[in-house]
Design a protein around this ligand. Sequence first.
Ligand code: GDP
Ligand code: CO
Length: 694
Amino acid sequence: MRIESLRPAEHLGNVTIHGVRRFLELDSGAPSLPHLQESREVEMVDQQAISDVEKKMAIILPIKDEDLKVFEGVLSGIPHDCLMIVISNSSKQEVDNFKNEKDIVSRFCRITHRQAIVVHQKNPELAGAIADAGYPELLGKDGLIRSGKAEGMILGIILTMFSGREYVGFIDTDNYIPGAVWEYAKHFATGFNLAQSPYSMVRVLWKYKPKLVGDLYFKRWGRVSEVTNKHLNHLISSKGKFETEIIKTGNAGEHAMSIELAKRLTYGTGYAVETKEIMSILEQFSGILPIEDREVAEEGVEILQTETINPHLHEDKGGDHLIQDMLLPSLAVIYHSPLADESVKKKIENQLAGIEGLENNPEIPQVKLIPPPQKMDLAKFSAVIEKYLPQMVLPDGELISRIARPSRLPSSGQFKKVIYTDLDGTLLSPLTYSYSTALDALRLLKDKELPLVFCSAKTMGEQDLYRNELGIKDPFITENGGAIFIPKDYFRLPFAYDRVAGNYLVIELGMSYKDIRHILKKALAEACTEIENSERAGNIFITSFGDMSVEDVSRLTDLNLKQAELAKQREYSETVHIEGDKRSTNIVLNHIQQNGLEYSFGGRFYEVTGGNDKGKAIKVLNELFRLNFGNIHTFGLGDSENDYSMLETVDSPILVQRPGNKWHKMRLRNPSYVRGVGPEGFSRAVTDIILPME
Ligand code: GDP
Ligand code: CO
C-alpha cells in the first residue's frame, strides 16, 4: 500500500485524531529495495506488515436478511487470513435465511480452506453465556440479545476476544463491491501498522459518487454524515483554541479497533453507535474528564482516518425518514455528552429545529448505552460457550474437537515450554536409528505435558510411525519444513490450513514434489552437459529416491523395506545421492541452485527443496502455540548442519554430539552443548536443561 504521508493531526489530551489520508496505490509490489527512497508525500506499508495484522484480525459481518448473492460477494472480499465472524439477525420464519447464510459460509470456507464463526443474535445459549458472565446490559426483557446492528457489533467484539484475535474490524454485508470490501480490510491493516499506540481505531471514509444506483440515498447519507461531522468538530473546537474540521468519519460504518481499545469503550445503540465510539474515546481517555484507565492514558489513543479508492455501493433500504432516524441519535450522543458545553448544545438544538419532521420536537432523547465489554467475565463466557462451538464454527464438523482445551493454558506470566527436535542423529541414534536410550526422558516430557515437535527431513509417513510407537500427539514438521501436520483436535482456536490429511490439518510451506522433480531434472541435465564438456571434472553418479525402487532405497539407506517405502513417499522435497569428485559435485549443486531450488546436506544425502527450511516452519507453528498457550519458550535439539535454521530460530538451541563425541561446529547466539551422541544427548538435554528451567 502506498498512502499519503502523515497529515496534520489534532491532539485532545491523550487522544490523537489524524487527518484523513488518501490511499495512492493498493498494491505496492515486492518488498522495496533499500535504495528506493519514497518521496516525502508518500508512505509505504509493505505486504508482509499488512499480512501480519490480517492474521491477528477478526472481521465482524453483521447481517439481517441481505441478498445472499451480495453476501457471498462480501465474503470473497475478506482477506484470507482474517477470521470471519458472522453475526446474523435474519429471519428464521417462512424462509430460514439464517440457514441459507450458514450454507453459503460453510461452502465458502470449505472451498477456500478457511474457518468462520457464524452465530444468530437470538441464540439462547449465547445469551445464557453472556448472562452468566455478568453482562446483562446486552440482553432484552426476553433474556435474549437485543436486536440491532450495534448489539450485533458488541457480540462480535466479545467473540473476537474469545477467539484471541487482537484486532476487530466491521464490514457491512450489503456491499455490492467485493473489491471495496477487500480494500476496507487493507485499510484497517495499514492503519494499525501506522498507529503507534496499542489503543487505536481506523475509520474509513468512502468515496461515494454513484451516479447510477442509489443516488438519492447517498445524497441523504452524505447530508447525515456532514452534519454529524460538523457537530463533532464543533465539540472538539470548543475544547481547544482553534476551529477544526479534523473529523470526517463520524458515521463511518466501516471501521476497526484494536481489541484493547474496543473492550474498554462504552457503546451507543442504533444509529448512534459509530458516533458514540468517538465520543467515548474523548470522554474516557482525553483527560478532559477524570481518567479511570491510567495505562491507556499513558500510551494514548489514536484515531486514524483513511479514504478509499473503490466506490461504495450498497443496498438502499433507508426510507424517507432516514435523516431523522440516523441523525437524531448521532447528535444525541454529542448533545448529552458531559463534554458538550452550552454552545455545542445550542448548535445542535438549532440544527434539529431546521430539519423537517423534527422542528416541533424539542426533546432530544437519550440514547441507550451499553457499558464496556471488558466488564464481562470472559473466562466464564468461554467456559459456557465452549460446548456450543461445534454448531457455531464452520465448516461443519471440522472444528468440533479442535476447540475446548482450556486446561492446557498456562496461567498468565508463565511460559509454556515447547520442544523441537531433529530425529536422525538426535532422538534417533545416528548408527542404529534406535531411540531406546531416550525413553525415560520422553516419559518425563509426557508427564509434564510439554509438546515435543518432530522437526526433521523425514516424510509424514516416517514420522507418523515413530509418533505412534512413542505415543506422541503433538504437531510435527516434515521434510525440512515442507509442511506442518497438526492433529485436528490439538489447538483450541481456528487457524488457516491448506489441506486435510486423515486426522491432520496441514499447513504447506514447501514446493510440491512434482514441481521439484521437474526442475531437478532440468538442473541435472544442465549439470551433466557441463561436466561432460569440462576437462577437469571427473565421473559422477547421481540418483534420486524418485527414480529408485523400494529395495534400492532400503539398500542405500539401511532402512528396512517398510521404512524405505515411507521414505520414498515424498511430498515437498527430493532426496538426491551424489557420488563423484568435489568439482563435479559442486557443478551439480550450482545448477540446482541456479534453477531456484535449495539443498541441504544431511550427512549422506542431499535434500533438495523449493527453499523451505525448518526455521521458517517453526516460526509459523510458534504463532499457533502462542495464540493458544500464551507465552512460550522454545527449545531446539539438533546435531547437524541441516538443523541450523531450527537452532537459530528457537529461544534455547541445544546441540547433541555426533559419532566420535564431537559437536558439529556452527555459529549460534547462545548454544548449549550436551554430552552424549544422539538419544543419549537428547536425554541429557531434557533432564539437565529443559526440565530444570522451571
Ligand atoms: P446502512 O447500510 O447503514 O444503511 O444500514 P443497514 O440497515 O444496511 O445495516 C448495515 C449492516 O448491518 C448490514 O450488513 C445489515 O445486514 C446489518 N444489520 C442491520 N440490522 C442488524 C441487526 O439487528 N443485527 C445484525 N447482526 N445485523 C444487522
Ligand atoms: Co447498508
